[in-house]
Design a protein around this ligand. Structure first.
Ligand code: NOJ
Length: 578
């Protein structure tokens, strides 16, 4: 039973709409071992900012362990851990120096094993973040490459090339790095002379690996086995449309495109056909583990390509299980845009036999509360929070899987006014511009209390959190969210629990309803109706009766602006809203 606060219309008695099973946490049905991922909801843990158990101001694996019951209560199916491997942290762990260990800042392998055991005891899957496109310039392979001679075997693990110009003083081609500046850096040879150049599509501290060298895939095979043998349930794959570059490394016709858009658009550097064989090999490796115990292991790719149909190629039955559908995340708050991207996803991705993997937030993007706001700041009311709540209910009603980024369930806005001197994002340091910087969505979570560190970091002598938390984080602290039935947290929790208990949600068909302008509505299964009003004026609700769950107040028979709601409707609501 979903408790209705008298007269608030936020959440209504399920019994008024249809007779539904109640869904206390203890009654959540267990996930099937096979295909569990097809409609799973995974919570992204940005380890550095989740919970700090040691008092050094940086989140860690023991902190994640402490938070697992909270996530279980929320109702997610598993967690994806951002990279925690040894790393000089030039890009917060996406510069890996050792793929088979834990950075001491985050813990150690023993702590990792405890975390996996606890998660599994609570019925939560564990996904790791694997970074195959590039490693750290501190990785032993790259150190050896620097000491090697041009053309030597260690250099062949990367993209080393002679420069152009009379003295090799110009980079081998005109490519620019995603995070600003040329995609090539020149090294000093062992004798101190200016030497060859190496390719890095992100920062100079992240040299790109040469996947045409068989030693690279062979080593990643070992890396995957290392973690699968420790019990992980799968991997989120960084830059999954990367890895291979055009074999000739020719000039790009539009060299600044990646840097300008901060998107993977250089057609010579991304989305090369050879990459698909890697995903076939990794899928076969996962199947090998599944064959042992019946539990699917999951590969979810960060596949940044231009169109849903290009993305669909990555989730063919023998490749990745999932690829984040970023077109929903990048959609502006507009009913037609949302309808178009959802329709395209369902047509193109579902045709592969996979399910769509919806996502609204992650550690690289401005948080929805702020992104959907009409003003510069999403915090403290306004339309941003209402739209973010509505988008969450929409996402959770769509067929397929979904990912929730930590703090999304608290309605955290972006911290947009961090001073320059605390910013750590290499994008800021390489471009000198605050555009596209990502620190604002990575500020450590508020757990309790009224002042920083808001329970994020433990102990009286605790260091300050690695990024400063604003005072207004108090409004979003977990302790407050748990006791306020109107909080984001309760909306997510109720949505997640309904997904688990209602057969209409998760996988299955979606049927669009004809709607007035500004409204998007569809039916799932045999009668779950979801409607979102993208406009500002109330419209009639699509079906009579109280909603099962709504993102905001729904006075009788209406769906107000910037609001989404779910109804159960035994009769076919037809193709028209009332
Ligand atoms: C995508 C990751 O999400 C981002 O955080 C990282 O900076 C780049 N890949 C490079 O690894």
């Amino acid at each position: 039973m979903y408790i209705a606060t008298a007269g608030d219309g936020h959440t209504a008695s399920a019994a008024s709409a249809t007779s539904l099973p109640s869904s206390p946490a203890s009654a959540i049905p267990p996930r099937p071992a096979q295909h569990w991922w097809r409609d799973a909801v995974i919570y992204q843990v940005y380890v550095r900012s989740f919970l700090d158990s040691t008092g050094d101001g940086i989140g860690d694996l023991a902190g994640v362990r402490t938070g697992l019951p909270y996530l279980r209560k929320l109702g997610v199916d598993g967690i994806w851990l951002s990279p925690f491997y040894p790393s000089p942290q030039h890009d917060h762990g996406y510069d890996v120096a050792d793929y088979r260990n834990v950075d001491p800042v985050y813990g150690d392998l023993a702590e990792f094993d405890l975390l996996v055991a606890d998660a599994h005891r609570l019925g939560l899957k564990v996904l790791l973040d694997i970074v195959p496109n590039h490693c750290s310039s501190d990785h032993p392979w790259f150190r050896a490459a620097l000491e090697d001679v041009p053309g030597g075997p260690s250099r062949a693990l990367f993209h080393f090339a002679d420069g152009r110009g009379d003295n090799g003083e110009l980079p081998p081609n005109n490519w620019r790095a995603m995070f600003g500046g040329p995609a090539w850096s020149r090294i000093k040879e062992a004798d101190g002379t200016d030497g060859q150049w190496y390719l890095h599509m992100f920062t100079p501290e992240q040299p790109d690996l040469n996947w045409r060298n068989p030693a690279v895939p062979a080593d990643f095979d070992k890396v995957l086995r290392f973690w699968l043998d420790r019990g992980v349930d799968g991997f989120r794959i960084d830059v999954a449309a990367g890895l291979y570059k055009h074999p000739e490394l020719p000039d790009s016709p539009d060299p600044t495109a990646d840097e300008r858009t901060r998107d993977s658009v250089n057609p010579l550097a991304w989305n090369q056909p050879e990459v698909h064989q890697v995903w076939r090999d990794w899928r076969a490796l996962c199947e090998e583990y599944t064959a042992r115990d019946g539990n699917d292991r999951l590969l979810v790719g960060e596949v940044s390509v231009r169109t849903p149909s290009e993305q669909a190629a990555y989730v063919r039955p023998d490749e990745l299980h999932q690829a984040f559908f970023f077109h929903l995340l990048t959609a502006r708050w507009d009913v037609d845009v949302f309808r178009k991207v959802i329709s395209e996803a369902l047509t193109d991705i579902a045709a592969t036999g996979s399910t769509v993997t919806w996502v609204l937030n992650n550690h690289d993007q401005v948080r929805t509360v702020t992104r959907y706001a009409s003003g510069p700041h999403g915090e403290g009311g306004g339309v941003g929070p209402a739209r973010a709540r509505a988008a969450a209910l929409l996402m959770l009603a769509l067929p397929g899987a979904a990912y929730v980024y930590q703090g999304e369930e608290l309605g955290l806005p972006e911290v947009v006014d961090l001073p320059d001197e605390v910013l750590t994002d290499p994008i800021f340091h390489r471009t000198g511009s605050r555009q596209h910087i990502r620190d604002g969505c990575r500020v450590p979570l508020p757990w309790s209390g009224h002042a920083s560190p808001f329970g994020f970091t433990q102990g009286t002598d605790a260091a300050r959190p690695w990024l400063p938390q604003p005072e207004w984080f108090a409004e979003h602290a977990t302790d407050r969210a748990l006791t306020d039935t109107r909080s984001f947290w309760h909306l997510y929790r109720e949505g997640l629990h309904l997904r688990r208990s209602l057969p209409q949600l998760g996988e299955g068909a979606l049927r669009w309803l004809d709607t007035p302008p500004q409204v998007l509505a569809f039916v799932r299964g045999d009668g779950l109706v979801c409607a979102v009003n993208f406009g500002t004026e109330p419209v009639p609700a699509p079906v009579p009766g109280s909603p099962l769950l709504a993102s905001g107040d729904c006075p009788a028979g209406t769906l107000p602006g910037s609001t989404a709601a779910w109804w159960m409707h035994a009769a076919d609501p037809g193709t028209d809203l009332r």
